[in-house]
Structure formats: structure tokens, C-alpha cells
Ligand binder design. Structure first.
Ligand code: NAD
Length: 490
């Protein structure tokens, strides 16, 4: 076992958590903070053998965990949530430091949500216990049985939120889990193991194996002992995982990228739309559900642009650990190079910069909030997910045209539509995405479905949908009258 690292004053293990113990690897990878590229330490990189150990531990733990009543699992997960709360400040500091997420967002949004991800789903599991379908012939008792050993793989832009969003229902359903955290931001998942341990979660119920996607992740998703793979990340990785899982017929849930429209109709509250528009730069737009393609009615476009410019000029860009910062860094040099490449190629293709378009002086990994216009619908900048603070603006002259532009991309994750409520609702209904916010942004409820259409994903998470994925659903049929065997009966 390696000594704990001290990251921004917080002690955190650089090792895996397998079968209730910390496990070190000989191989390590270096971790840096996106805030200033300062080294944070060397992290154990999971080998295929360690993935194998984690799956074996999860298999051993499965029968006893699955046999617990929903009420007993509830006690465990409530204790787990309490241990997250006890480490609340540490979670905030670590994810701000290794992923660059705003400290204020961690404190007010992510940590409370991580706790809720555990408590909501285990409470929801109780509501699934008794939903019989009654017919004149029989009672169909619909059981939600645990599926087995589950793999959870998450990206770097929201590691704590996304990991607990999957972990809550997976554990509540009675599965045991192996988490493969993102290699650019693994620290809050490591702290999650401390919280689980302190909560007394039985060994093997939650295992965390750190490492790169190509070695650790690939070994995990290729294993035939898995019952489910729940993945959030990019489309190319999902295609790879689908092939590996397909070889073993392991069901996958995919939450993938987005290129969501932000529609501003002629009758919109322009100031409200402009203020919400500036919010799209939060987390340097490394947010899958952000509206990144602005589609604005041509008659109000100039007015809207000037209002949004006013909000964007006032954004505070810098160290995400400062309480007042609104836009932090981009995660990694490779990611900022991608962002610069997109802007350069868009400019070559004739895009006009409305604001931004260059690195920001706050540091090596900071980029100005950027808006590009004069972009063609079939251009790379309109069709591809940048995952950085670069938005596009196009105009339209009719609802039909707005909807056509909104739908003419391969992605279909989310959307925003500003306009008079009935008008905006009518337009929103015709946009082909998994969700869309009318005159608002980011309102979520854990009981509601979340996920994408087209290349943005397969399946839905949230409420019943999470349990449909993480459970084996079984119909136990009890006839109401003595059964008469007959060859003519269907
Ligand atoms: P990524 O696909 O590169 O990596 C995601 C995770 O997959 C990481 O943990 C990585 O190590 C792992 N991985 C990579 N190759 C693997 C392999 N061969 N086998 C198994 N695991 C492998 O994505 P990223 O760059 O970390 O994250 C950004 C992407 O995530 C964006 O496309 C973004 O839109 C998407 N995202 C989607 C949602 C959503 O809910 N729809 C939420 C957040 C992020």
C-alpha cells in the first residue's frame, strides 16, 4: 500500500480499493492539476490481473449483498451518504483540484447531489417491491432482481456526480460493482472508497480500479463475468466498449456526447435567454448537456448577441477554488489543443468570432469563452462536440427552419428553448433529443429520465429507468383460479 498523497491539504489514497482493501500497482501514472499543471502525485494503474481480482471479489460479495432486504441495503446506503457528508469539504477541494470543477458548484450542487444519488435510489427501490399487475386470471408479481457484477466507467468532467448517479441504483438494486474512474481526475472516486469503507459496506460490494481506458478499462469491459456495463463518455469509446461487450452479450447503458441546440424564438425574454446563454460556459463548457449551438431568430439576433455579450464580458475566469470564479480551466493540454484546433479550422472555413477565440491569460489551460458565427450547418464546428468553451450562433427565419437546424446533427442529448411558453413548448416537442428545457436550464429530478437519442446514447437513467437497466426483471405469475391444462390455451 502506498502512502497517502496530500492534495491541497487533503489526504487521499493513490491506490485501488479491491475487496475492502487498498491495493497498489507497480505501474503508476502521473496526475496533474488543470489549475496550474502542478503535479498531484503518482496514481496506481490497474493491471488486467487487478481487474480480475476486483471482479472475483465482486462475485464473492454478490450473493450476500443481493440477499439483503431493500431495507437493509437502505441502512447501508444512508450510512454511505452520511460518510460523504462528513468528507464534504474534502470532496469539494479534491475535485476542484484534479478536475477543475468550480468549488462553489461542488459545495452547493455536486456533493449534495452525490448523497442524494445514494439515498434517492435506495428509497426508490422500496417503491418497486410491490407493483403487481392484476388481471381476472392471475396476479403478476413483477420482481426487480439484482443482475450481478456491474462495471461503471465515468469521464473526467464530473467524476463524483456521475459515479454516484450510477452507483446509487446499481447498489440499491443489489448488484456489486467495479468502478473505473477517469484517469485525468480519479481522486474523488478514491475518497468515495474511504466513505464506503467507513460506512461499513461489506468487502467486495464496491471495488475501484484506477487506470487508463486502453488497459484497465479495456480489461474490465471485455470480461464475460460482468452482468452490466454502465458507461458515460465519448462516442468512439462507446463503440469500442459495445464491441467488447457484444462478444459476451453483456448489456450496456451509454450516456455519450452532445451538440445540443439553444433556441431563441422571436417572442423570447431576450435578457433571460442571454443570462442563461452565458451559463453555458460553466465548467469551461466541459458539460455534456450544455446548449452549444445557438439558433436565434433573425429579427432579434443582433439584440440577443449584444445582451449575451454583456453577460459573457462579466464572467469571472480563473482558479476554480475561488468562491467567486464562474469559468475554470480545461482539464488537460490534449483537450485545450483540441479546442484550439476546432477554432482554427472553423476560422479557416470562414467563421467570424463574435467574442473570445483565444487562450485566456489566467493560465496554460484557460480559454476565453468564445462565440463563432457565419458557420455552415455541415461544417465541423457545427457538427462536432468541442467539449470546451466554444459555441456557435446561427440564425433562422421560421420555426420549421429552427427545428430542421436543431435536428440536423448526429447527436441528440438535450436542448434549451426560449420563447413564449406555448410557442416554445410546441417547438421543443419537435426537437429530437432525450430532454429539453423550456425558458430554463439544468432543472433535474432523479425520478425523471435522462439520456440521449441518436449518437448521444443508448438507454435512459433516473427513477425506474435505472432499475430497468440494473435489474433482471421477472414476472412471477400466480393464477387466481385452479389452472386447467389445455392444449388450445395460448
Ligand atoms: P472518454 O470516452 O475518452 O473516456 C470516458 C471513460 O472511458 C474514461 O474513464 C476512460 O478511461 C474510459 N475508457 C477509454 N477507453 C476505454 C476502453 N477502451 N475501454 C473501457 N474504458 C475506456 O471520454 P472523456 O473524454 O473522459 O469524457 C468526455 C465525453 O464524455 C464527452 O463526449 C462528453 O459529452 C461525455 N459525457 C457525457 C455525459 C452524459 O451524461 N451524456 C456526461 C458527461 C460526459
Amino acid at each position: 500500500m502506498t502512502d497517502r498523497l496530500t492534495v491541497s491539504g487533503i489526504a487521499v489514497s493513490p491506490d485501488h480499493y479491491i475487496d475492502g482493501r487498498r491495493v497498489e500497482s507497480d505501474g503508476k501514472f502521473d496526475l496533474f492539476s488543470p489549475i496550474d499543471r502542478s503535479p498531484l502525485g503518482r496514481i496506481s494503474e490497474g493491471t488486467p490481473e487487478q481487474v480480475d481480482q476486483a471482479i472475483a471479489a465482486a462475485q464473492r460479495a454478490f450473493p450476500a449483498w443481493a440477499a439483503l432486504s431493500a431495507e437493509e441495503r437502505r441502512d447501508h446506503l444512508y450510512r454511505f451518504a452520511d460518510e460523504i457528508k462528513a468528507r464534504g469539504d474534502a470532496f469539494c477541494t479534491l475535485e476542484s483540484t484534479d478536475a477543475g470543477v468550480l468549488l462553489s458548484r461542488m459545495r452547493h450542487g455536486v456533493v449534495p447531489r452525490a448523497m442524494l444519488n445514494l439515498t434517492f435510489f435506495v428509497d426508490h427501490a422500496l417503491t418497486l417491491q410491490d407493483r403487481p399487475i392484476e388481471t381476472p386470471q392471475a396476479t403478476h408479481r413483477v420482481r426487480h432482481d439484482p443482475a450481478g457484477v456491474v462495471a461503471i466507467i465515468t469521464p473526467w468532467n464530473a467524476p463524483l456526480m456521475l459515479t454516484t448517479w450510477k452507483l446509487g441504483p446499481a447498489l440499491a438494486a443489489g448488484n456489486t460493482v467495479i468502478v473505473k474512474p477517469p484517469e485525468w481526475a480519479p481522486l474523488t472516486c478514491s475518497l468515495l472508497a474511504d466513505a464506503a469503507d467507513a460506512a461499513g459496506l461489506p468487502p467486495g460490494v464496491l471495488n475501484i480500479v484506477q487506470g487508463t481506458g486502453s488497459v484497465t478499462g479495456a480489461a474490465l469491459v471485455s470480461d464475460p463475468r460482468l452482468a452490466r456495463i454502465s458507461f458515460t463518455g465519448s462516442v468512439p469509446t462507446a463503440k469500442w466498449i459495445a464491441q467488447a461487450a457484444g462478444a459476451n452479450l453483456v448489456p450496456c447503458s451509454f450516456e455519450l456526447g452532445g451538440k445540443s441546440p439553444f433556441i431563441v424564438l422571436e417572442d423570447a425574454d431576450l435578457d433571460g435567454a442571454a443570462a442563461t446563454g452565458a451559463l453555458m460556459y460553466r465548467n469551461a463548457t466541459q458539460v455534456c448537456l450544455a446548449g452549444t449551438r445557438f439558433l436565434v431568430h433573425e429579427r432579434i439576433a443582433e439584440d440577443f448577441v449584444e445582451r449575451m455579450r454583456g453577460y459573457v464580458e462579466n464572467l469571472r475566469i480563473g482558479d476554480p477554488r475561488e468562491e467567486t470564479t464562474e469559468v475554470g480551466p480545461i482539464i488537460h493540454p490534449r483537450q485545450i489543443e483540441k479546442v484550439k484546433g476546432y477554432v482554427a479550422r472553423a476560422a479557416e472555413a470562414g467563421a467570424e468570432v463574435l467574442w473570445g477565440g483565444a487562450p485566456h491569460p489566467a493560465g496554460e489551460l484557460y480559454y476565453e469563452p468564445t462565440m463563432l458565427t457565419n458557420v455552415a450547418q455541415d461544417s465541423e464546428i457545427v457538427q462536432s462536440e468541442v467539449f470546451g468553451p466554444v459555441l456557435t450562433l446561427q440564425t433562422f427565419s421560421s420555426d420549421d427552419q429552427a427545428i430542421e437546424l436543431a435536428n440536423d446533427v448526429d447527436y441528440g442529448l438535450g436542448g434549451v428553448c426560449y420563447g413564449e411558453a406555448a410557442h416554445a413548448t410546441a417547438v421543443a416537442d419537435r426537437v429530437r433529443t432525450g430532454f429539453i428545457w423550456i425558458n430554463s436550464f439544468g432543472i433535474r429530478d432523479l425520478a425523471a429520465p435522462f439520456g440521449g437519442c441518436k449518437r448521444s446514447g443508448i438507454g435512459r437513467e433516473g427513477g425506474d429507468w435505472s432499475f430497468e437497466f440494473f435489474c433482471d426483471i421477472k414476472d412471477v405469475v400466480l393464477p387466481k383460479k385452479p389452472f386447467q391444462a389445455s392444449f388450445s390455451q395460448r
